[in-house]
Design a protein around this ligand. Structure first.
Ligand SMILES: [Cu+2]
Length: 143
């Protein structure tokens, strides 16, 4: 995982904000990268940061991508120390705080990327009682 962290640090952050009069335009997605799947693998992982610059808490409910299937996953360990992952429950993101998805922790799991030939994948973070926050994952090869 160390190599992944080094690669993450080298990626130029992509900050995509939406032009909107709503306060929730202050939900910012940054550093969104997704790894191209290893050959023969149906799935891959993506990482991003969601920052809440609005004055209110917001509930992050998940993710939706136009061309692939994706879920936000959380990691937990059982009593016997076995790591498990599953779909993240609704996450309350307080005003002024960040939700960081990074290797070894919460992450985006994606399926169906094999056919994608473009450099980016269009996705949205789903926020309760608000429009989805659109952003683009930059596709990266695993180094
Ligand atoms: Cu996962």
């Amino acid at each position: 995982m160390n190599l992944n962290r080094i690669l993450m640090a080298l990626v130029i952050p992509i900050i995509l904000t939406q032009c909107s009069d709503k306060d929730l335009s202050e939900i910012i997605v940054s550093d969104a990268i997704m790894y191209v799947p290893i050959e023969g693998s149906p799935m891959t992982a993506g990482y991003l940061t969601v920052t809440n610059r609005s004055d209110a808490s917001v509930d992050i409910e998940g993710i939706n991508c136009d061309s692939i299937m994706a879920e936000i996953h959380d990691i937990s360990s059982t009593d016997t120390g076995v790591m498990k992952m599953g779909k993240m429950n609704t996450y309350s993101l307080k005003s002024g705080s960040r939700l960081v998805l990074e290797p070894g922790g919460k992450h985006v799991m994606a399926w169906g990327l094999q056919q994608i030939k473009s450099e980016y994948v269009d996705c949205s973070v789903l926020v309760s009682d608000a429009d989805p926050v659109k952003f683009k994952f930059l596709l990266k090869d695993r180094g």
